[in-house]
Design a protein around this ligand. Structure first.
Ligand SMILES: [Zn+2]
Length: 870
C-alpha cells in the first residue's frame, strides 16, 4: 500500500476503524480481506493507485434467461504495491486472469481479489468470464415483459453502486473509465448505449452483435445499455434520438417532436450558458416502462420513465411543463454530473441540486412567459421545507462513510433544498458571477471529479467574495431559519419600526446569512420592495422607516431566500381577506404558501384555511396555484380536521368540484377539478358522480379521460367501500386488459378495505421477488388509503421492521415511498406513540432512524393540529 500510517490516521474522518486494520495488513503482505461494501478510505486508496482505466465488455443477452453471460477485458495503470479488489456481487466468475496468469475466481463479500503477486507497476490487463443476474426487480439488469405484445426488454440501472452487480469493476465515481461495449442479442432487438452503435454483425442464427464506439472517461454509474425491440421515433435531422418500446410507438409519435425540440433547445441554451459544448458524441432519450426514477442521466443516453413522457392521465399544460423540467434536469446532468462528477456521494447535491436549478433556469429561457420561478417555488420549496423542519434532516453535504449507504443521500435535501439554496446563492452573487463560477468549475474539472469546496472556490475566485462562512451554514449545517417581521406605524401613517429576526427551526442555535427581498404591499396592488441582508439573530431595517404604512408585509418576495417565512398577525388578517384579489400570481402563490405554513405550524385553524380556500378556488386563474390549493384542501380534510368537520365540508366541496368539471372555462381547469372531485368524493352523492364519469353519463367536456384517470376512480370506489365497486372493477378489467391495465387493477385492489386483502398484499411486498417493483410502489398509496387507518395501523410496525430489507433490496427512492405510504396512512396519537417506541428500540441503523424521523414529522404535526383544533 502506498499510504503510510500517519496519512491513514488523518484520513479517518467518518471511516470505520476496521478498515484501517485491513489497509495496514495488506501493507505488510498479509493476505488482504475483502471490505464490507465500499468504504470511503478504501475507495480513496484505490483511486490513488489506479489510472487510465479501460473496460472492454461483451454481454450475451438471451431472452427469458435468469443471467447474462459476459466477458471483460480490463486495462489500467497501477502504482504502489499490494493487492487490489474488483467489486462484483451476486454474479459468478468462470475464469479470471491477471496479466496472463490465472487467479482464484472466488467472490468474497462482493469483491474479487487481484492478487499482489500478479499485479505490476504500470500497465495491467485482466480478463474475466462472468455471469450476472437478471430479474424483474432487485437486480442491476432489469427485465420488463411487455404484456401488450409479449416482447421482452432488458435495461441496466447502476446508480449508486450496482454496476458491480452487472460486471466486475471498480465501482466508485472517481474511477472513471473508457467503456467499449459489444452486445449480442436477438436480431429483432435494438441495443442503445452511451455511444453510437457502430457495426452490427451476424452470429449464430437469430442473433447479432452490436459494437459501440469507446466512451469518454465516465463513472461506472453512468454506463448503461438497454436492449429489446425498441423503435426510434422518427428521425429528425439534428434532433436528439428518442427510443420507445414497439407497442408504444404510435403513442410516442404524437409526443416525440415536442420532447426532441425542448431537448435540443436545452442543449443550445446549456452549451452557451456553461460555455462548454455538449460533452459527449451523441444524445438519446430512451423511454423505459416502469423505470424506478423519473430519469437517469447516463452519459449520452438518458433513460426516462415512459410514464413521465407518455402521459397515462389526461395531461394539463402544467404536466407538459413538468415533463420539460424532467428532460432539462437529465440534460443538465450531461455537464453537471457526467462531464464533471462528484468525487463521492456525500456531494450528491453538486449534481442533483444544479440539475434541478438549471432545469428551471433553462425552461425560463426557453419559455419566458411561463413564470417558471413561481413553479419552482410551488414544486421545489414544499419538499425542502418539509424535510428541513424535521429532526430527520441532514446537511446538504451528507457524510457517506460507505457507498453501500449512498442510497440514503437521495431525497428532498439534494433535490429540493440544494436547488433552493443555489437560488439564494445566485441572488447573493448576481447572475453573471454565478454563471462565471459554474463555467470555471466545469472547465477545470472536465471529464474529472470535484468536491463542493472546488465549486465554492470557483465562486470565490470569480466574485472576489469570501463564501466559506456562507457555505459552512448552508452546506455543512443542517436545518433552516424561520424569519419573522415586527413592524409598526406611527400616528401619521408612516412606518416607525421594522425589525427582522431569525431563529433556528430545530432549536439547534443556527444563525444563517440570509439575503431577501421584503415586500411592502399597499392598496390597489401598489408595492414596494426592499433588499435586506440578515446575518445575525436580529436586524433593524432602516430603509422602510418613514415610508407609508403598508397593508401587509412579506419578507421573502420572489422567493430568493430559503427558510420559513410566516406572516405576522396583522398581515395575515389582511392577506386572508384580500388574497383572491392579489393580481401578481407569484406573490399570490407565496402568500398562500405562507398561510399553509401557518396551518402546518398549528397556528392557523385548518378549518378556516379550507373554507377560505374553497371560497377562492373557483376564481383562481393560475393552474399551478389552483392545483396546489386543491392539494392543501385535500390534505386539510383528510388529515387535519376532525371527521365531523370533514363531513360538514365535503358535500359542498364535492359540489363545487362537480360544477367546475362541467363549467370551468379552460380545459386544464376542468382536468384539475376532475382530479379534485376524484380525491375528495366521499359521500353517496360524490361517489355517484364518479360512477357517472365511469359509465359515461357525465363527461369532462373536451377532455378524453385516459385509462389511469378511470382506474384511480375505481380505486377510490373500492377504498370507500362503495357497494358497486366490485362491478366497476370487473367492468374496468374487461375494458382495459393491457399490460398497464393489469398493473392498475393490482393497485386498485390493494385499496380493498378488508383485513384479508391487506395481509395478502403485505406478504407479497416482503416475499414476492417476481412482482415488478413499480407495481408494488404504485400500490402502496392504495393499500394505505386515507380512510383505512384502522385497517392499516397493524402494518405500521411490520413496515418499519422491514426497512432494512427494503433498503438492501430496492431501488433508491423505494424506502422513502414505503415510509411515506405506511406512515402517511396514519393520523392518530396511538400510531405516533408506536413509531416513537420503535425508534427507541434501536432496531434500525442511524440512517434509517433519520428517514423515520423525517417522515414521522408529518404525523406529529397531524396529531398536534388535531389536538389544537379539535
Ligand atoms: Zn438528477
Amino acid at each position: 500500500m502506498r499510504y503510510k500510517v500517519a496519512r491513514m490516521v488523518t484520513g479517518m474522518r467518518g471511516w470505520q476503524a476496521g478498515t484501517v486494520i485491513l489497509a495496514l495488513a495488506c501493507g505488510v503482505g498479509v493476505r488482504a480481506q475483502a471490505p464490507d461494501g465500499i468504504p470511503r478510505e478504501f475507495a480513496r486508496t484505490r483511486a490513488a493507485r489506479i489510472s487510465d482505466l479501460r473496460y472492454g465488455l461483451r454481454f450475451m443477452l438471451t431472452p427469458k434467461a435468469a443471467t447474462v453471460a459476459g466477458h471483460e477485458d480490463l486495462k489500467f495503470e497501477v502504482s504502489g504495491s499490494g493487492a487490489l479488489w474488483l467489486d462484483f456481487r451476486e454474479g459468478t466468475i468462470a475464469s479470471l486472469s491477471v496479466n496472463g496468469t490465472a487467479a482464484a475466481t472466488k467472490i468474497e463479500n462482493g469483491h474479487v481479489e487481484l492478487p499482489e503477486k500478479a499485479l505490476r507497476v504500470g500497465e495491467n490487463s485482466v480478463a474475466i468470464d462472468f455471469a450476472a443476474p437478471v430479474a424483474a426487480a432487485g437486480k442491476a439488469i432489469t427485465r420488463f415483459e411487455d404484456k401488450d405484445d409479449g416482447s421482452e426488454y432488458l435495461y441496466t440501472l447502476f446508480v449508486p453502486m450496482d454496476a458491480e452487480m452487472a460486471f466486475p469493476c471498480f465501482d466508485q465515481p472517481d474511477l472513471k473509465g473508457r467503456f467499449k461495449l459489444s452486445v449480442t442479442a436477438p436480431t429483432s432487438w435494438t441495443v442503445i448505449s452511451n455511444t453510437a452503435a457502430g457495426l452490427r454483425v451476424g452470429g449464430r442464427i437469430g442473433e447479432h452483435t452490436t459494437e459501440f464506439a469507446e466512451t469518454e472517461p465516465i463513472s461506472t454509474y453512468l454506463f448503461a445499455f438497454a436492449a429489446g425491440p425498441f423503435k426510434k421515433v422518427h428521425e429528425t435531422a439534428g434532433l436528439p434520438g428518442l427510443y420507445v418500446r414497439a407497442s408504444k410507438l404510435a403513442k410516442a409519435q404524437s409526443e416525440a417532436e415536442e420532447v426532441q425540440t425542448v431537448t435540443q433547445q436545452g442543449i443550445d441554451y446549456l452549451s452557451k450558458f456553461f460555455a462548454q459544448p455538449f460533452p459527449f458524441p451523441k444524445y438519446d432519450e430512451v423511454l423505459i416502462p416502469g423505470f424506478a426514477y423519473g430519469g437517469m442521466e447516463h452519459a449520452g443516453a438518458t433513460f426516462l420513465r415512459e410514464e413521465s413522457v407518455l402521459f397515462r392521465t389526461a395531461p394539463t399544460h402544467s404536466d407538459h411543463l413538468n415533463r420539460d423540467i424532467l428532460l432539462l434536469h437529465e440534460l443538465t446532468h450531461q455537464w453537471f454530473g457526467d462531464l464533471t462528477t462528484m468525487r463521492w456521494f456525500d456531494d450528491l447535491w453538486l449534481k442533483e441540486g444544479f440539475a434541478q436549478y438549471m432545469a428551471y433556469q433553462a425552461l425560463d429561457a426557453i419559455a419566458p412567459k411561463e413564470n417558471v420561478w413561481k413553479r419552482f417555488y410551488l414544486s421545489i420549496k414544499p419538499g425542502a421545507y418539509g424535510i428541513d423542519a424535521t429532526k430527520g434532516t441532514t446537511p446538504i453535504y451528507q457524510n457517506i462513510a460507505n457507498l453501500k449507504d449512498a442510497k440514503s443521500a437521495y431525497g428532498a435535501i439534494v433535490y429540493s433544498k440544494a436547488p433552493g439554496v443555489i437560488k439564494q446563492l445566485a441572488f447573493v452573487l448576481g447572475e453573471e458571477k454565478f454563471r462565471d463560477g459554474l463555467r470555471l468549475y466545469l472547465k477545470e474539472h472536465a471529464y474529472g471529479n470535484a468536491e463542493w469546496s472546488d465549486l465554492v472556490g470557483a465562486f470565490e475566485r470569480v466574485s472576489g467574495r469570501k463564501l466559506q462562512e456562507w457555505a459552512a451554514m448552508w452546506i455543512r449545517h443542517r436545518g433552516m431559519p424561520q424569519v419573522d417581521v415586527q413592524w409598526s406605524c406611527d400616528g401619521a401613517g408612516k412606518i416607525d419600526r421594522f425589525l427582522l429576526t431569525q431563529k433556528d427551526v430545530l432549536g439547534e442555535g443556527g444563525i444563517w446569512p440570509i439575503a431577501m427581498e421584503v415586500l411592502l404591499a399597499y392598496r390597489d396592488g401598489k408595492t414596494d420592495r426592499i433588499r435586506a441582508d440578515l446575518a445575525a439573530e436580529r436586524g433593524e431595517l432602516k430603509e422602510p422607516i418613514g415610508k407609508a404604512c403598508p397593508q401587509f408585509v412579506f419578507a421573502n418576495d420572489r422567493d430568493y431566500a430559503y427558510g420559513r417565512f410566516l406572516l405576522d398577525e396583522r398581515s395575515r388578517k389582511t392577506v386572508v381577506e384580500q388574497i383572491g384579489g392579489i393580481g401578481d400570481v407569484f406573490e399570490r402563490a407565496l402568500l398562500w404558501g405562507s398561510l399553509w405554513d401557518g396551518v402546518r405550524e398549528a397556528n392557523f385553524a385548518p378549518r378556516e384555511f379550507v373554507e377560505v380556500t374553497l371560497r377562492q378556488l373557483p376564481g383562481e386563474r393560475d393552474e399551478e396555484v389552483a392545483q396546489s390549493l386543491i392539494g392543501h384542501v385535500t390534505t386539510g380534510l383528510h388529515r387535519y380536521v376532525s371527521a365531523e368537520v370533514r363531513k360538514q365540508i365535503v358535500p359542498g366541496a364535492e359540489k363545487t368540484a362537480a360544477e367546475q368539471v362541467e363549467n370551468a372555462e379552460e380545459k386544464d381547469f376542468r382536468i384539475i377539478w376532475f382530479r379534485a372531485l376524484r380525491g375528495l368524493a366521499e359521500s353517496e352523492e360524490g361517489r355517484a358522480r364518479l360512477k357517472e364519469l365511469l359509465s359515461g353519463k357525465l363527461t369532462v367536456p373536451g377532455v378524453e379521460l385516459r385509462p389511469l384517470d378511470r382506474w384511480t376512480m375505481v380505486t377510490a370506489l373500492i377504498a370507500l367501500g362503495d357497494r358497486e365497486a366490485g362491478a366497476y372493477l370487473a367492468a374496468e378489467q374487461k375494458r382495459d386488459s393491457t399490460g398497464d391495465g393489469l398493473k392498475y387493477a393490482y393497485v386498485a385492489q390493494a385499496a380493498r378495505p378488508d383485513a384479508a386483502t391487506k395481509k395478502k398484499y403485505f406478504d407479497e411486498y416482503l416475499h414476492d421477488a417476481a412482482r415488478p417493483e413499480d407495481w408494488i410502489e404504485s400500490s402502496l398509496g392504495a393499500f394505505n388509503y386515507w380512510n383505512e387507518s384502522e385497517l392499516t395501523e397493524p402494518y405500521l410496525r411490520p413496515a418499519l421492521e422491514a426497512l432494512p430489507q427494503m433498503k438492501r433490496e430496492r431501488k433508491i427512492f423505494f424506502v422513502l415511498g414505503w415510509l411515506n405510504a405506511f406512515v402517511g396512512g396514519q393520523q392518530s396519537a396511538g400510531a405516533l406513540a408506536e413509531m416513537q417506541e420503535f425508534l427507541q428500540s434501536g432496531a434500525v441503523d442511524q440512517d434509517l432512524q433519520l428517514k423515520i424521523l423525517e417522515v414521522m414529522d408529518e404525523l406529529e404535526r397531524t396529531v398536534k393540529i388535531r389536538q389544537r383544533y379539535p
